[in-house]
Write a protein that binds this ligand. Structure first.
Ligand SMILES: [Zn+2]
Length: 100
């Protein structure tokens, strides 16, 4: 599995974006959002479209699924969902996001 993705918001009429280096395409509905794997994110951010503000990179990152709340119980190390106060595995309280 890859480390994660970052949402990239496309303008109306734009059906997706294509990476110049690899030719890989990410398709979306016009004006929709594509999820770019982190390993390609820097290229997207450096693109003319991003520099000119045509596409918006990572605007919705704050609610991304990549963040979690680690279990505080020693030896568990389970990463619960960001909205979980309890570890679903052992029931111990999870740490707040700020402490990560
Ligand atoms: Zn746990």
């Amino acid at each position: 599995m890859s480390a994660g993705t970052t949402p990239v918001t496309l303008p109306g009429g734009c059906y997706g974006l294509q990476l110049q280096s690899s030719g890989r395409e990410f398709n979306a509905k016009p004006g929709g959002t594509v999820h770019v794997p982190d390993e390609h994110l820097s290229e997207v951010q450096a693109s003319n479209a991003a520099q000119n503000g045509i596409i918006s990179v990572g605007l919705h990152l704050s609610i991304g699924t990549r963040r979690g709340r680690p279990c505080t119980r020693h030896g568990c190390n389970f990463i619960a969902q960001a909205w979980s106060d309890e570890c679903p595995r052992c029931g111990a309280p999870t740490a707040s996001k700020e402490s990560i």
